[in-house]
Ligand binder design. Structure first.
Ligand code: PLP
Length: 396
């Protein structure tokens, strides 16, 4: 067996040792229900509130504005449906983009079936929305703008602060799916005029199955789940104490170490891109070159199928992603790559590498060597490539 080398941190991350250490006692020793009044109930409640403070502090919110959920997808659902239902007396129009995660796209599609109208904004070839397009899409029925902070496939960071200004100017509620941004980018919800923000712990070295939604005080958002009155009556169900503690610890660690982390990822990324561009012809780097997540590289190899690349990388112990993990298994090009206007032959051969905590330069060297060999091997079996090369040589 090859040593596993993991380059898929946008799909999920391993729980950090220090995070696990804080979580573990809440599974057995401190197993009390936070709603119970006796000592172990109260200590669970205290742990919950400590996690809420840590989460709020990390993004510049107040702790009473943080609601814990079961995942990033749930946060997106609660934000978008909750705001839509609570504000449908004011209008029925929602604005989002063509490059959102399915948790947002499919939530909007579900609302369309209920009579809401949704505008899906185009993006440019780097994946950025146009602020002019956004502003002209707003009408007197618009109640919500939902635009992702950073894209999970190509890593492009949207102009969040500018979107916040436009939303405020037109008195429209602004939600952002920040699942890829939290733990990777500095966020201040007040300064950025963000009204709702979704996050998920497993994308920043916390556990899977726990998320949070920031809802600015005063924003109307209807609960989706009936039951007990947990989470200030926004999310019924006994709180997942251990994992919420994990989320709190993970976000705290992420922001304490943000600068070093980003510096490291930037270096690995730049090194990787430089080497690949030097050694593998007919490639294209997708996403914005500077307005981006430090650890994300989305790269297209012409004359190669992304899926085949993944399998051959896996044989060498390398974990990476073709397009988005959520759409793997289907071989149609990703909606994000189509939205940035990538030609089909590039979109088919696209690979997403996302660097993280445990990656070293040696790991990246191994990845580079493997990719150089695999791409050459695959291309040399492609009739299309061989024909292309023959023509190229003829021209010379
Ligand atoms: C991973 C991801 C989600 C979904 O989060 P889960 O916790 O897996 O439900 C939503 N949006 C973006 C941008 C993501 O990357």
């Amino acid at each position: 067996m090859n040593k596993i080398r993991y380059f898929d941190h946008a799909a999920t991350t391993a729980v950090k040792e220090d995070v696990l250490k804080e979580m573990i006692s809440f599974f057995n020793l401190e197993f009390g229900n936070p709603s119970s009044l006796y000592t172990i109930g109260r200590s669970a409640k205290r742990a919950l509130e400590e996690a809420r403070i840590r989460t709020a502090t990390a993004i510049g919110a107040m702790s009473k504005e943080i609601y814990f959920t079961g995942c990033g997808s749930e946060s997106d659902n609660l934000a978008i449906k909750g705001v839509a239902y609570a504000n449908c007396n004011k209008g029925n129009h929602i604005i989002t983009t063509k490059i959102e995660h399915p948790a947002v796209l499919n939530t909007c599609k579900a609302l369309e079936k209920e009579g809401f109208k949704v505008t899906y904004l185009d993006v440019d070839e780097d994946g950025l929305i146009s602020l002019q397009d956004l502003e002209s899409a707003i009408n007197n029925k618009t109640i919500l703008i939902s635009i992702m902070f950073a894209n999970n496939e190509i890593g492009t960071i949207e102009p969040i602060k500018e979107i916040g200004i436009i939303a405020k100017k037109h008195n429209v509620i602004f939600h952002t799916d920040a699942v890829q941004a939290v733990g990777n980018v500095k966020i201040d919800v007040k300064e950025m005029n963000i009204d709702l923000l979704s996050m998920s712990a497993h994308k920043f070295y916390g556990p899977k199955g726990v998320g949070a939604l920031y809802i600015k005080e005063g924003i109307q958002c209807r609960k989706l789940q009936d039951g007990g009155h947990q989470e200030k009556d926004k999310r019924a169900g006994t709180e997942n104490v251990a994992e919420i503690v994990g989320l709190g610890k993970a976000i705290d660690l992420a922001y304490k170490n943000l600068e070093n982390y980003n510096k490291k990822l930037n270096e690995l990324r730049e090194y990787f891109i430089t080497q690949i561009e030097k050694r593998v012809p007919y490639t294209k780097i997708n996403g914005h070159r500077t307005k981006r997540l430090a650890g994300n590289v989305n790269i297209s190899f012409r004359f190669v199928e992304g899926e085949e690349l993944l399998l051959k990388l896996d044989e060498r112990g390398i974990c990476a992603s073709a397009g988005s993990a959520c759409s793997s298994g289907s071989s149609s090009p990703s909606h994000v790559l189509l939205a940035i206007g990538l030609q089909e032959e590039f979109a088919q051969g696209s690979l997403r590498i996302t660097f993280g905590e445990e990656n070293t330069k040696e790991d990246v060297d191994y990845l580079i060597e493997s990719l150089v060999q695999i791409v050459e091997e695959v291309r040399n079996k492609s009739p299309k490539y061989l024909k292309f090369i023959k023509n190229e040589l003829k021209i010379e």
